[in-house]
Design a binder for this molecule. Structure first.
Ligand code: C2E
Ligand code: CA
Ligand code: CA
Ligand code: CA
Length: 279
């Protein structure tokens, strides 16, 4: 992102690098962005290793700031979480994903899963399941094609409430994926009590493959544990052929990363999918 005067301007670690005034300004901008339609979803395909087919797509939020250009989620999600704006933004994301699911079905991609990220902060809204239910219901989609990704810490903040939310939504057909797995360290046995269908191995481990023996051991352990609990595994951040082959050897189910495709706007996704289907 660039400032008006052209100097490079990063939002990382904004608590430390950006003044309170600047933060308030960004927060006001973000509030406007939601109303003005400056938020956009990008889509990153996920590939099934056994077949090479695209089975799912993760929705990743982008902010087209009128002055700063495209702002990445690591730069504004923390701000949205602190201000609570992530709650309405999160509903917008789910609504948008449901509309895209509808469009995909109409285009003949009726079995493609769309995955959306959920923030821990969205669980603070006690009407979360009710609101999500309403969005899904209005969109008239196959609910089993909507997947919600959340981290261990998002669930462990208030495990009882989280478990209740997940169970209610799961009863409607919605699936859940555990994001960034391996970075937190909650007891794995806890996870049995949550309706989780999929585990996503954090990219830091994938990128350690071939470089550190630990990464290989951790990935191997996660995959065997997940499989014993009847969960599928996605490895994220796959950037090379060697990483993909390593993951195949370790019995990983799905892969996602720049090696296959970068996150892309909606206009590029449909041609991408058509092209994949032909090859
Ligand atoms: P995440 O859920 O772990 O998403 C994966 C991130 O890795 C994405 O960054 C993606 O663009 C990036 N990535 C994908 N393949 C590769 C690869 O091969 N190499 C590398 N180095 N990176 C790869 P992105 O889009 O910047 O999103 C960052 C984070 O922001 C996400 O991490 C997620 O935690 C959060 N986020 C994104 N969209 C949303 C949203 O709609 N709601 C919420 N609450 N959080 C979101
Ligand atoms: Ca994710
Ligand atoms: Ca991740
Ligand atoms: Ca993350």
């Amino acid at each position: 992102a660039k400032q008006d005067d052209g100097t490079s301007f990063r939002f990382y670690d904004q608590q430390f690098h950006i003044s309170a005034g600047k933060q308030l300004e960004m927060e006001a901008d973000l509030r406007t962005a939601l109303r003005a339609g400056d938020l956009e979803l990008y889509y990153q395909p996920r590939v099934e290793l056994a077949t090479g087919d695209v089975r799912g797509v993760e929705c990743l939020l982008r902010w087209n700031h009128p002055r700063l250009g495209m702002v990445m989620p690591d730069e504004f999600i923390p701000l949205a979480e602190r201000s609570g704006l992530i709650v309405p933004i999160g509903y917008w994301v789910i609504d948008q994903a449901c509309q895209r699911l509808r469009e995909l079905a109409d285009l003949g991609f009726a079995e493609l899963v769309l995955a959306v990220n959920l923030s821990f902060r969205q669980f603070h809204d006690r009407k979360m399941t009710e609101t999500i239910f309403r969005i899904i219901y209005n969109a008239n989609i196959d609910t089993s094609l909507l997947e919600l990704e959340l981290t261990e810490s998002a669930m462990m903040h208030d495990p009882d409430y989280a478990r209740q939310c997940l169970r209610e939504l799961n009863e409607l057909g919605v699936n859940f994926a555990l994001d960034d797995f391996g970075t937190g360290f909650s007891s794995l046995s806890n996870l049995q009590h949550f309706p989780i269908a999929l585990v996503k191995i954090d990219k830091s481990f994938v990128q350690g493959l071939g470089e550190s023996v630990d990464s290989e051991h951790i990935i191997r352990a996660i995959i065997s544990l997940a499989h014993s609990l009847d969960m599928n595994v996605v490895a994220e951040g796959v950037e090379t052929y060697a990483q993909m082959e390593f993951l195949r050897l370790l019995n990983c189910d799905h892969v996602q990363g720049y090696y296959f495709a970068r996150p892309m706007p909606w206009g590029k996704l449909v041609p991408f999918l058509r092209n994949q289907r032909q090859s």
